[in-house]
Structure formats: structure tokens, C-alpha cells
Design a protein around this ligand. Structure first.
Ligand SMILES: CC(C)(COP(=O)(O)OP(=O)(O)OC[C@H]1O[C@@H](n2cnc3c(N)ncnc32)[C@H](O)[C@@H]1OP(=O)(O)O)[C@@H](O)C(=O)NCCC(=O)NCCS
Length: 141
């Protein structure tokens, strides 16, 4: 039985384990991961007992825009509707906003967001820096 919780006070150990399981290794730096969650506007997590099995977080101005940088589910718990429930709760929280955006780099992620009612946009632009360099800069190395 999966339980869902709101809020960003998730033990760092559990967050690091989940991000490592999904192979998002740049996120497993403890200081950066804590900052990322402390500064997120809204966080929903999924739990199998004391094990964190999924998380989604949003950055938002609370009026017009929200961005979902991370929606991830432990590979051993996929395709049972966990991410759908996490996103459902986020969309409910931000009901009424003009624009909710995600970036899904791979096919599976895009298929998931289509399934949640998102549509492809042709007007987005972005500027990126190499992730390793960002981690080094933020850690003061
Ligand atoms: C994308 C991700 C979050 C989906 O999590 P999940 O809990 O397995 O997704 P759900 O079970 O809620 O899927 C809901 C629906 O989305 C679609 N879907 C989900 N994953 C899919 C995949 N890999 N390929 C095709 N469709 C997919 C399906 O229609 C699915 O319904 P179904 O299982 O009844 O067919 C998960 O695969 C993941 O953590 N990926 C790595 C991180 C990532 O890429 N996140 C997205 C960008 S932030």
C-alpha cells in the first residue's frame, strides 16, 4: 500500500537513495539536494512504509506559472500509477494557474506526461550549462 505525503521535509538519506536508483547522480550531493528541496514550492512524495519510492516537486510563482523539474519513481515501483498520482496532486494544488511546464528528456517521460494531459509545446527555449560544471560551481570547487 503506497502512502502519499505533502511537504519538503523528506530525510536526505531517502532522497539520495531514490535519486541514485533513478541514476540522477548529480542530485545525490547532499548539500545541493537539501537546497533543491528546501527551495521548492510544493513537494509530494510516495512511500512504501519508510521507503521513499517516488517524488515530484514544483517551483512556482503561485499565480501564473509552475515548473516541475523532477518527477521520479523508483524503477522497482513503476507502472503502477505512482507518478500519475503525484502529478495529479500537483495539478490539483496549482489548479487555476496559467502554465505548468515540464521537460522530459526521454521517450518514457514524455509518454507519461502525455498520459497526464500535457501537450507538446513548440515555443520553449532554454539555456543550459554542463551539469558537472554547475555542481562544481554550487559546491564552491
Ligand atoms: C516517467 C516516470 C516518472 C513514470 O513513473 P510511473 O510511476 O511508472 O508512471 P505511472 O505508472 O503513473 O504511469 C502512468 C501512465 O503513463 C504512461 N507511461 C509511464 N511510463 C511510461 C513509459 N516508460 N513508457 C510509455 N508510457 C509510460 C503510461 O500510459 C502509464 O499508464 P499504464 O501503465 O496504465 O500504461 C518514471 O518512469 C521515472 O521515474 N522515469 C525517470 C525520471 C523521468 O524521466 N521523469 C520525467 C521527467 S522529470
Amino acid at each position: 500500500m503506497i502512502q502519499y505525503k505533502e511537504g519538503n521535509k523528506i530525510p536526505l538519506k531517502e532522497l539520495r537513495r531514490l535519486y541514485a536508483a533513478v541514476r540522477w547522480l548529480h542530485f545525490t550531493r547532499p548539500k545541493l539536494l537539501r537546497t533543491v528541496y528546501d527551495r521548492s514550492d510544493y513537494v509530494v512524495s510516495a512511500w512504501d512504509g519508510k521507503k521513499l519510492v517516488g517524488v515530484a516537486r514544483a517551483i512556482s510563482d503561485g499565480v501564473f506559472n509552475a515548473y516541475l523539474p523532477d518527477v521520479l519513481v523508483d524503477p522497482q515501483y513503476r507502472r503502477i500509477g505512482i507518478a500519475r498520482e503525484l502529478v495529479r496532486r500537483i495539478l490539483k494544488h496549482y489548479d487555476g494557474l496559467y502554465n505548468i511546464t515540464v521537460v522530459a528528456e526521454d521517450e518514457g517521460g514524455r509518454a507519461f506526461f502525455y498520459n497526464c494531459g500535457f501537450t507538446q509545446m513548440r515555443v520553449a527555449l532554454r539555456r543550459m550549462r554542463p551539469i558537472k560544471r554547475v555542481v562544481m560551481l554550487k559546491e564552491g570547487r
